[in-house]
Design a binder for this molecule. Structure first.
Ligand code: SF4
Length: 336
């Protein structure tokens, strides 16, 4: 293997070298790291130190630029540290990405999903959306989604799906995501009945994580959200040893709102230094010696943030109910 990245890759399996040098399968776009809510076990609420900001059109266009003439178009995930709908440019970003041939995915707390914003996202051609509602009454939703209003959020979701069905049936794929907590565990049948009635395509019940960035005190405080049913809890890492390597840095980087490249969706505060895509473009940053070294160390789980990272260790991450095929239950996959 040549030394284009500044050091030998000879001792690595070919698929790992390919993962380090090929364009990524997906790019996680940090549309903003600001949020209108204050969820108690979220790094944006309790741990993030980097400056808050909104991605500009120039940064977003720099993500797209290198892929214009390539057949491979990474899927763009609008679901990082903040609430993406806080950035008024979100519908424009989706439109630009769709026009350039990328698949698009959005995850939103749905609290700001006005009729105007809903129409703009639908008209932009969004492919897939997670609409989050963390329970089926005010206590369940508002005890975790601090500053949200259950009735308004539920109405926003109903309107979004109604507009989707009227304006662009089937697109985006609408997935309702609900955290499995002490409050919501007994509401699952009611949530499924409502979701089916309003035209949601899938429901993802996501297991509750106490966080890998939380202090012992914060973890203890958050235990009040754990489901009573042990089968619905994430198993502690001790019970389910993590695999020795991690594929995330090989295929799913982050671009922070200011244009810097990020290792993976766990590195919300850019603890692992990577170059900016604004210097020489996305692919040059992705394949730079600095980034390849950092990504290889991520693959080998050698960064401090890898210690205790439950991303690929949790035994139970929840489950998915496909309302278009009501008998099909499956294990919930990754955050997207
Ligand atoms: S193990 Fe390390 S590289 Fe993998 S997701 Fe966790 S923090 Fe990122």
């Amino acid at each position: 293997m040549d030394l284009a990245v500044g050091f030998a890759l000879d001792d690595l399996p070919p698929e790992i070298v390919d993962g380090l040098l090929a364009p990524p399968a997906a790019i996680v776009v940090d549309v903003t790291n600001a949020c209108n809510l204050r969820c108690p076990v979220c790094p944006v609420t309790i741990a993030m130190t980097r400056p808050r900001g909104l991605m500009s059109r120039a940064v977003f266009e720099a993500i797209l630029a290198d892929f214009r003439d390539l057949p491979h178009k990474p899927e763009l995930f609008f679901n990082f540290s903040g609430e993406p709908t806080v950035n008024p440019l979100l519908p424009e970003f989706v439109r630009l990405a769709v026009e350039a041939g990328h698949k698009t995915f959005l995850s939103t707390n749905a609290t700001l999903l006005s009729e105007k914003l809903s129409r703009a996202l639908l008209e932009a051609g969004l492919h897939r959306v997670y609409l989050c509602l963390d329970g089926f009454d005010a206590e369940a939703q508002e005890s975790y989604r601090i500053r949200s209003n259950f009735a308004r959020t539920k109405a926003n979701i109903e309107r979004f799906v109604r507009l989707r069905n009227a304006l662009s049936p089937g697109r985006p794929l609408c997935v309702l995501q609900t955290l499995l907590t002490r409050f919501s565990e007994g509401q699952r049948e009611a949530i499924l009945a409502w979701a089916r009635a309003i035209g949601i395509d899938r429901v993802r019940f996501k297991s509750f994580s106490l966080g890998s960035y939380t202090s012992a005190r914060e973890k203890a405080a958050a235990e009040r959200f754990l489901p009573r049913d042990p089968a619905l809890r994430r198993h502690p890492e001790d019970d389910n040893p993590a695999p020795p390597t991690c594929g995330e840095p090989l295929h799913s980087p982050v671009v922070f709102w200011d244009g810097r490249l990020g290792l993976c969706c766990i590195d919300y505060d850019q603890k692992v230094a990577m170059p900016s895509i604004l210097e020489r473009g996305f692919l040059a940053a992705w394949r730079s010696p600095e980034a390849v070294r950092a990504r290889l160390d991520g693959y080998r789980k050698r960064h401090a943030i890898c210690r205790g990272c439950a991303y690929n260790a949790a035994a139970f991450r929840g489950y998915l109910v496909d309302l278009r095929a009501p008998n099909a239950l499956s294990a919930a996959d990754g955050p997207a």
